[in-house]
Design a protein. Sequence first.
Length: 363
Amino acid sequence: MAARDYRQLKTSVDREFEYYLHDILGLRRDVDYRKINGSPIEYHFTRSGSSIYGFGAQNYDTAFRSGNYNGAWGDEVDFWKKEAVKALRGRIRVAPERIRWTSSPYGFNHIYDDFYVNEIGPVINATSYENPTLSTEYFENLKASYDERMFRQEVLAERLNITQGRIYYSFNRDQHVSEDIKYDPRFPVWAGVDFNVDPMTASIGQIRPHEGKQALHIIDEVYLRDSNTPALSKAILAKYGPNVNIVPDSTGVKRSTTTSTSISDIQILKQHFTKVSPGLNPYRVDRYAAVNGAFANNLVIISSKCENLIRDLESVTYKEGSDQPDVSQNKLLTHCSDNLGYLVFKTVNPLKSRGVQVASQPR
C-alpha cells in the first residue's frame, strides 16, 4: 500500500488499514499479525505467511523498486507524480497482479488520461454523500471550509480545471479589503511567517467577530527586502511585543536565513516570542484550498495598507500544466500569500477531509 508521502501514510492510510484489520476482520495484533513501524511500514501475517508493506510515493524511485509484489493499493494517486504511478505499476509482477487506486479527483491529469481517455480499467465515482458514516454536520462544516469549486471537487468528486489561472481566485479586493481594519488591543495577535531572504515576510492578524462569525482580520504586514529572521522578529516586536502567536513555515526548523549563526529560524523566533508553533506545513494544494475557502466564506478581511499581500493574492498564478505557482516573471511573489496560508490553515480554516474516486486496474 502507498500514500502520496510518508506523512499521509502514517496519519491516514495506515490508521485506516489497521482499523480494518481490527474492527472489520477481527485480527489481533501480535497474534494474527505482526507490525513493524518504520519506512516502510511492515505487516506480517501469521497464518498465511504473507506480508504487506507501506510506502510513501514521494520516494518512488527507491521505495517501489525494492521488490516484486502481487498487488497494490495506492491512495490519493491523483496527487502523485506520473512517474511514481508508473514505478509502482511496474513492480506488480506476481499473480494475481491486482492494483487498486483511490483518490479525490484533481483535474485532467495522468490519472484522467489512464482511466477516462485510455480506459485501462473500470472506475467507481462516489461522492462523499454516499458514505453512510458521515453526518449532516460534517457536510455543513465542509461547506463552511471550501469555496464552491473545491466543494465540487472534494465532496462531489467532480473533475475540474482547478490548476489554471489565479491561485487565489476567491479573493476580491472590493469584498475582502477594508480601510477600517485596525489593531484592537482586546484580541490576541497572530503572525504567519514565511522564511526567505528577499523578501522576508509576515502577515499580522487578529481573530475577531465579523458578520456573526469569527474571522481573521489582517491588520498589518512585514515586508523586508534582503533581510533575515532576526530583523523580521524585531519589526514585529517593536509594534506588538513578545506575546504574538507565531505560525511559521515549518522548514525553518532545519534552516536559517542568517549566515552568521548556526541556530535555525524557528529557534531565533523562540528567542523573541513566547508562542511559536511550527507544526507541519499543510500540503500546498490544501493551503490554497483553505485560503480560497476562507475568502469565499468571508473569514478573512485585509487592511488596505497591506499592499504587498493584496498584490500577491491578485497576481500569483499557476505555472502552465502544473499545480506549482509561476514565479518566472516576478520572484518576489508568493511569499506574502504563503504566510497568509499558514495562518489561515492554523486558525480560521483548517481543512477537514477529502472525497474519493476508486479506480481498478486489471493486469
